[in-house]
Design a protein. Structure first.
Length: 324
């Protein structure tokens, strides 16, 4: 089968597309999915580059144990293992395969108990494929922060896959959302439903005059110290990155001891319930992943990785694997 493979960690150029990759083995609890659409996202880039270095403890110290990366997918079920009861050949499915990986290929095997679900009627495979990486990280941040309806939340980095998902999921929750965006994307973000959009290229968002219950930095470009002035006395700061010197892992402990404003690290929640939550929002129309207008085919995946790391990506970067 065609697949994008890499036998070592490094820059985008370590990836190459081959026509003779072995098909994945299908266990009794697995379904074999013909991948129509995948994405290249922040998670994929981190694993491919082994950044941070500790990633190697999960994927292989010297070289990747699985040479085919890729986490998000949408496609049709090709066949199922003998114990599979939830799906049947021909079903349209989407999901997230972090850990097992393998979605940058024509075929991927996933367990029926993993993060896989039926694509809702009326949702195309491109949007379904892009719903899980940004969606589950955004939902994890919202839940770890304990955000509830009626609270005021500032989302920094609302043009990325995580940030754009966070805005929509918060609006659906009933929160009052302020979002940041670069000048060129202000209207795009406004269409996601926030109460206010701050152009962070023209205005320091930390001095925007808002007082909020939570700051969700979904690009990891700020710090708790810089955003502290935005928070209520019991406000919460969440960042998608470790922060300078890994401070966002230490500050949750320190700020909890001191009480008052605190930091929460959004360790991802990867349960079937999370995917079902996202599926329901896709079905209702409350969540529609933002797709970058730049698209790639599997044969162009090196270019896709480069673009994903360029800082110019908006939302999710879609890669077409099988046209039909």
């Amino acid at each position: 089968m065609r697949a994008a493979v890499s036998t070592r960690y490094g820059p985008p150029e370590v990836v190459r597309v081959v026509d003779d990759a072995p098909e994945p083995e299908v266990a009794a609890d697995d379904l074999l999915v013909r991948v129509h659409v995948t994405t290249v996202n922040r998670t994929d880039c981190g694993y491919r580059a082994a950044s941070p270095f500790v990633i190697r403890s999960l994927t292989g110290w010297r070289r990747p144990r699985n040479p085919v990366w890729g986490t998000e997918f949408a496609g049709t079920v090709e066949r199922v293992g003998e114990d599979v009861t939830r799906f049947a050949p021909g079903d349209r499915v989407f999901g997230y395969a972090e850990g097992r990986f393998g979605t940058h290929a024509e075929l991927v095997a996933v367990a029926q108990t993993s993060l896989v679900a039926a694509v809702p009627e009326g949702v195309d495979l491109r949007h379904a494929a892009a719903a899980t990486e940004g969606g589950h990280y955004a939902l994890s941040a919202i839940r770890r922060a304990g955000i509830t309806a009626g609270q005021r939340v500032l989302v920094h980095g609302a043009t990325g896959a995580i940030g754009s998902a966070a805005v929509q999921l918060l609006v659906d929750l009933g929160a009052h959302v302020i979002a940041t965006a670069p000048t060129a994307s202000v209207e795009l973000v406004r269409d996601l439903g926030p109460r206010r959009v701050v152009d962070h290229e023209r205005e320091d968002f930390t001095r925007c005059g808002e007082v909020v219950d939570a700051v969700l930095d979904m690009v990891g470009k700020s710090t708790f110290g810089a955003c502290r002035r935005l928070l209520t006395p019991t406000g919460v700061y969440v960042s998608s990155e470790l922060g300078p010197f890994g401070q966002n892992l230490a500050l949750p402990v320190l700020t909890r001891v001191r009480r008052g404003r605190r930091v929460v690290f959004p360790f991802p929640i990867q349960t079937p319930e999370v995917l079902e939550h996202l599926r329901a929002r896709l079905e209702s129309g409350a969540f529609r992943p933002v797709l970058d207008p730049t698209t790639h085919r599997l044969e162009e995946i090196v270019e896709a990785y480069r673009f994903a790391e360029s800082g110019r990506k908006t939302g999710s970067l879609v890669v077409t694997v099988n046209e039909n």
